[in-house]
Write a protein that binds this ligand. Structure first.
Ligand SMILES: *[C@@H]1O[C@H](CO)[C@@H](O)[C@H](O)[C@H]1NC(C)=O
Ligand SMILES: *[C@@H]1O[C@H](CO)[C@@H](O)[C@H](O)[C@H]1NC(C)=O
Length: 368
């Protein structure tokens, strides 16, 4: 009994003092975030959901279908990543859910989506006043499903997460499938005297579904103040992939980045530097052990200085370390990485893959 009381006290102290600030929400799926609780038969017409509040916890608008795994669409078999159900958002359709959060905190939303018929599908995800349009035209995983991350800062104690398909296809039944909507509170790390870059080990980032083996895409055109990968910006046209050690080979810690779109996706951060001072940028380059084989090159930039790091991948995991030594030319130095080449998985020629980047550190050299 006494032991139990002590344990209880320890838990309370931990939540108040030692551990992360209490969030209104436990990281993971939103209530009915995988749509396993569905509409009553009376609130459906075929697969189309007719009641606005028919899907528990969600409010829908427009042409929303409730899809069962294994259902056919033409000759395509629809498979669902988590559980047995998902929703499909037709033209201008949306789903939304209200959620209690902590005002001022940063959150990242992760959800899985699959294209169906349209070639250029997009989704607009928003938490007022922020929104982002995520392009889905490039396939990164072979089974059609990808997970996407998007982040926001809560302006209120209660927010509404809205996912909208702005598409206008000829066939209103076309449109992406959505499953597994999750949230994670972000704790943006700071630069320290042991690393002038924030989140250089990529350990802080969006929620990764424990049961999905395709990582999470960090979409392009992400500004650093609202990045699901705190500290980092994703520039240019395509996404980078956030991967976990549960499903991939990761050089250090439990998270890393896979540069899946060649020069079309760059990851960058601006560091404070002192002009004339010498700095060492060090990082790990490897492969994710995902059958991504061949000669890879990661290009690193620090201001105007650059280095090309070749890496021969056998697709079985492994990494090497590299260093770029430079003299800062300004008070702000842009650190950037991309992959020189495109690579496809040897076990699946429709999936883009690439070199892994991890453990990025920037330090000033005491004696130049
Ligand atoms: C995305 O959705 C938000 C919220 O509904 C809206 O304000 C914004 O204009 C939309 N953006 C686009 C490009 O459709
Ligand atoms: C994840 O997969 C395991 C094993 O297949 C299963 O038991 C578990 O229910 C799954 N979890 C979710 C959230 O789908």
């Amino acid at each position: 009994m006494r032991g139990a009381v002590l344990v209880l006290v320890a838990v309370l102290v931990c939540t108040v003092v030692v551990c992360r600030p209490a969030s209104a929400f436990i990281d993971g799926l939103l209530p009915n975030g995988n749509f396993e609780y569905g509409p009553k038969a009376t609130e459906m017409k075929g697969t189309v959901v007719t009641g606005k509040y028919a899907i528990p916890r969600w409010e829908i608008s427009g042409y929303v279908e409730y899809i069962k795994s294994g259902q056919k669409q033409g000759d395509m078999l629809l498979v669902v990543p988590e559980g047995a159900f998902a929703v499909r958002l037709g033209n201008e359709a949306s789903i939304k859910q209200r959620l209690k959060v902590v005002k001022g905190m940063y959150y990242s939303i992760t959800f899985s989506a699959a294209r169906t018929c349209a070639q250029e599908e997009r989704l607009n995800i928003s938490v007022a006043p922020d929104w982002g349009v995520l392009p889905m035209q490039t396939l990164y995983s072979s089974n059609g499903w990808d997970s996407y991350a998007w982040a926001f800062q809560a302006e209120y104690g209660e927010v509404e997460i809205l996912i909208h398909n702005p598409g206008v296809e000829e066939d209103p039944a076309c449109g992406p499938l959505i499953d597994s909507v999750a949230i994670r509170a972000l704790y943006p790390p700071r630069a320290t005297n042991r690393n002038l870059l924030k989140n250089g080990d990529f350990e802080e980032g969006p929620y990764i579904f424990p049961n999905t083996s395709w990582g999470v895409l960090i979409p392009p055109n992400i500004e650093d103040d609202h990045s699901p990968l705190p500290g980092w910006m994703v520039e240019s046209l395509k996404a980078v992939k956030y991967i976990d050690s549960g499903h991939f080979s990761v050089p250090q810690g439990t998270r890393a980045i896979e540069l899946v779109a060649g020069k079309e996706s760059a990851i960058a951060q601006v560091a404070r530097t002192i002009p004339g001072k010498t700095y060492i940028l060090s990082f790990a380059v490897g492969d994710a052990s995902n059958s991504c084989e061949g000669s890879m090159v990661v290009e690193a930039f620090a201001g105007r200085d650059t280095i090309k790091v070749p890496y021969e991948s056998k697709g079985k995991g492994g990494f090497k370390r590299a260093i770029l030594r430079f003299v800062a030319a300004s008070t702000r130095t842009r650190i950037m990485f991309y992959s020189t080449f495109y690579t496809m998985r040897s076990d699946d020629f429709s999936s883009l893959c690439g070199p892994v980047l991890d453990d990025v550190r920037l330090l000033s050299l005491r004696k130049p």
